[in-house]
Design a binder for this molecule. Structure first.
Ligand SMILES: [Mn+2]
Length: 232
């Protein structure tokens, strides 16, 4: 489904057909270990699940460029060998499927230099593709770009069906400063996201959500939920 002219939602990614650019956001490799340190017991599956989802997307499109829109790694304070292995595994996988891999720096990507030097990965603070600025979204920026794509927020929405409430990752589209703003969900299956109906947004781009449209991404399906105000 097109979220904006020339920008398509595929799984949890965005695809800019004209430039053959695929964007994924917030993989947060190492989030599993972070939860384990906090005493949450869970089987290790995150890196494998991320790659499986990417494989599904890459069966549909053949990107020239893949952009990770920030927070490749969850925490850099304590990096275990397993986490390094998974980060490099993801980078290697992505590089096998594109000519150029770009990481737009997120707030968790502070000490990312060693990865960049191990692999040929371009690290930027923002990336312009046509009239679209891709930026992580933890800080505001002035830009003449007509459209802005951010991550960082991990938007989700809870829907109640009968007695069950389920949380779905979603994309958001609205206006910021007269520019179109698109918000991407996290690509990590463990990070369900922030339910923006009940929780306060993190990103300074999202002060007023009342005019935002919601696009729920569930498996390979996308549901357009219309404006935020009437979804609640
Ligand atoms: Mn972030």
């Amino acid at each position: 489904m097109q979220i904006s002219p020339g920008i398509e939602i595929i799984g949890l990614s965005l695809w800019i057909e004209e430039k053959k650019v695929l964007i994924v956001s917030d993989p947060h490799i190492g989030y599993e270990e972070y939860l384990q340190q906090k005493g949450v017991l869970l089987p290790k599956f995150q890196a494998k699940a991320i790659i499986t989802e990417l494989e599904k997307i890459l069966q549909k499109v053949s990107p020239k460029t893949i952009i990770i829109n920030g927070d490749l790694k969850h925490e850099f304070g304590t990096v275990s060998r397993q986490e390094w292995k998974e980060v490099l595994q993801l980078i290697d996988f992505l590089q096998q499927h594109c000519c150029e891999l770009i990481l737009v720096r997120g707030n968790h990507d502070i000490i990312i230099g060693p990865i960049a030097s191990k692999r040929n990965i371009k690290i930027v603070d923002k990336q312009l593709i046509k009239d679209i600025l891709i930026i992580h979204g933890n800080k505001l920026i002035k830009t003449p770009a007509k459209r802005i794509i951010i991550g960082h927020e991990h938007p989700a929405i809870s829907l109640r069906e009968n007695a069950k409430t389920e949380k779905y990752k979603c994309f958001l589209k609205g206006k910021w400063n007269n520019q179109e703003l698109i918000v991407m969900p996290s690509f990590n299956p463990l990070l369900e996201g922030t339910d923006l109906i009940t929780e306060k947004p993190l990103s300074p781009f999202l002060e007023d959500l009342s005019n935002f449209e919601v696009f729920i991404a569930s498996g390979s399906e996308v549901f357009h939920f219309g404006k935020w105000g009437i979804t609640g």
